[in-house]
Write a protein that binds this ligand. Structure first.
Ligand code: ADP
Length: 509
């Protein structure tokens, strides 16, 4: 059979463009990259078989330029486009444009993307498919009296959410009626400017839920499977930073129930390809439908590590109209996988993006380690896009081994020039709560209220040494400083002593 997708254009950049290219190359498919001005020398361009300039650096002028991408696809004579995640991945209009131009969009049908991209419509669809949804309410106009009544019915705290939402935008927690009007107005404003759609709705705000999601795959031959769950409760600003599979709290019985629920909504929405059904699980282990992401997720590698299935390769097969290679009975999960997203962010400054030049870069490797990265030494982290550097994924025979391996891998990682979340990852891996698997979406606020984390190894030499000296000085001279500063110095002092193997750490100072 002639391959429909003998050449694929990847409408994305960074680590995910490279991830997709690798699947293409494994399958003997040629890859075509696109790049903006600031990505001229990016690693995804170097790895591709062909590369085309798509426009200036801001994404609205490059990676989001639908017509331009189609034009390049025609010029390069590609038959299929993989959108990665972000950018055009969940854009029904783009999927339709591909279709119109006789190009395969590697993802669900445009109608499915449009339907599930609307959180309100997706909630309705989930209810129809028999899934429990978080109690909530929609309203057609923002008559405050009606909204207040609905909020009171649901019971405070409530969460205002944007129908077109994503990335935590347009979301507001409201703890009492007195905050309702202001929160509603600002949520509508934010949703309007982020998505061009100011529709919002209410959901019961669940206290201490866990975010657990199910990976699904469906093909055009009537097959639909679930590939276990991913636990994604370690979040900052309602966005994931560390994920694992399996979840420490999901039993075989719960997995089956959640998996079957996810497959139900896939069937109900005529889903095609890889997707993720997100759930919140409350403290009594009840699960509630949250949304469907109609694309490959950032955290897909943890599922790949435990199931041994290449999800991108399956996506390509399915898009070509071929059946997926696996059946539900053949899917099993072995061992445990954890992913730490490595962002160019400063965890000590509330995870503020840290752009600039990466001056030194060395990835960890060895048994059970996978690094999906988009950079090399000399790469720039531009201000225009999501500041992700890489994803560090480890596999272990059990959760304990995976945690130990993650700590080893994080300690090998050397990234200089920008702040990173590497030290934050170490702090989480050493947290007793994380070890016990006893955590929810408020983990960072509860465990690290002062936002004091370990420093990445690469920073430790210099920074920790200085902090150690300052701390000693402050302690001896009884210098007055803020509690926060003192904690930060002490934390660095501890790491410096650990690093240098200096004894006497237990002494309280
Ligand atoms: P987005 O699409 O904007 O990322 P999601 O609906 O996927 O928004 O939710 C992101 C995160 O926000 C969840 O993982 C969870 O931490 C929090 N969240 C969403 N809905 C609720 C809710 N009803 N109660 C408590 N937390 C919620």
């Amino acid at each position: 059979m002639e391959r429909l997708a003998s050449k694929i254009l990847i409408a994305n950049r960074g680590e995910i463009a490279i991830r997709v290219m690798r699947a293409c190359h494994d399958a003997g498919i040629r890859s075509v990259a696109v790049y903006s001005d600031c990505d001229k020398t990016a690693y995804h361009v170097r790895l591709a078989d062909e590369a085309y300039h798509v426009g200036p650096s801001p994404s609205v002028e490059s990676y989001l330029k639908q017509e331009k991408i189609i034009e390049i696809a025609r010029q390069a004579d590609v038959k299929a486009i993989h959108p990665g995640y972000g950018f055009l991945a969940e854009n029904a209009e783009f999927a339709r444009l591909c279709e119109k131009n006789g190009i395969i969009f590697i993802g669900p049908k445009p109608e499915t993307i449009a339907l599930l991209g609307d959180k309100l419509a997706a909630r309705q669809m989930a209810t129809k498919a028999g899934l429990p949804v978080v109690p909530g309410a929609k309203f057609d106009n923002t008559d405050m009296k009606i909204v207040a009544e609905k909020a009171a019915e649901i019971g405070y705290p409530v969460l205002i959410k944007a129908a077109a939402g994503g990335g935590g935008k347009g979301m507001r927690i409201v703890r009492s009626e007195s905050d309702l009007t202001e929160s509603l107005e600002s949520a509508i404003r934010e949703a309007g400017s982020a998505f061009g759609d100011g529709r919002v709705y209410l959901e019961k705000y669940l206290e201490k839920p866990r975010h657990i999601e199910i990976q699904i795959l469906t093909d055009s031959h009537g097959n639909a499977v679930y590939l276990g769950e991913r636990e994604c409760s370690i979040q900052r600003r309602h966005q994931k930073v560390i994920e694992e599979s399996p979840s420490p709290i999901v039993s075989q019985e719960l997995r089956k129930r959640m998996g079957e629920a996810a497959v139900n909504i896939a069937r109900e929405s005529d889903y095609l390809g890889a997707g993720t059904v997100e759930f919140l699980v409350d403290q009594d282990m009840n699960f509630y439908f949250l949304e469907v992401n109609t694309r490959l997720q950032v955290e897909h590698p943890v599922t790949e590590m435990v199931t041994g299935i290449d999800l991108v390769r399956e996506q390509i097969r399915i898009a070509e109209g071929r059946p997926m290679t696996i059946s539900q009975e053949e899917i099993s999960s072995r061992g445990h996988a954890i992913e730490c997203r490595v962002y160019a962010e400063d965890p000590h400054q509330d995870f503020m993006p840290s752009t600039g030049l990466i001056t030194e870069y060395r990835e960890p490797s060895g048994p059970g380690i996978r690094v999906d990265s988009g950079v090399v030494a000399g790469s720039e982290i531009p201000m225009f896009y999501d500041p992700i550097i890489s994803k560090l994924i480890v596999w272990g025979r059990d959760r304990k081994e995976a945690i130990e391996r993650m700590l080893r891998a994080l300690s090998e990682y050397r990234i200089s020039g920008v702040h990173t979340t590497v030290g934050f990852g170490c702090s989480v891996m050493r947290s007793p709560r994380f070890h016990m698997g006893d955590y929810a979406t408020d983990f960072i606020d509860v465990e690290f209220p002062e936002r004091i984390f370990e420093c990445a190894e690469a920073d430790q030499g210099e920074k920790a040494a200085i902090a150690a000296v300052v701390y000693e000085y402050m302690t001896r001279q009884k210098v007055q400083t803020t509690f926060k500063k003192r904690r930060e110095y002490r934390s660095n002092w501890v790491h410096y002593h650990r690093r240098e193997g200096i004894k006497g750490l237990s002494k309280r100072r």
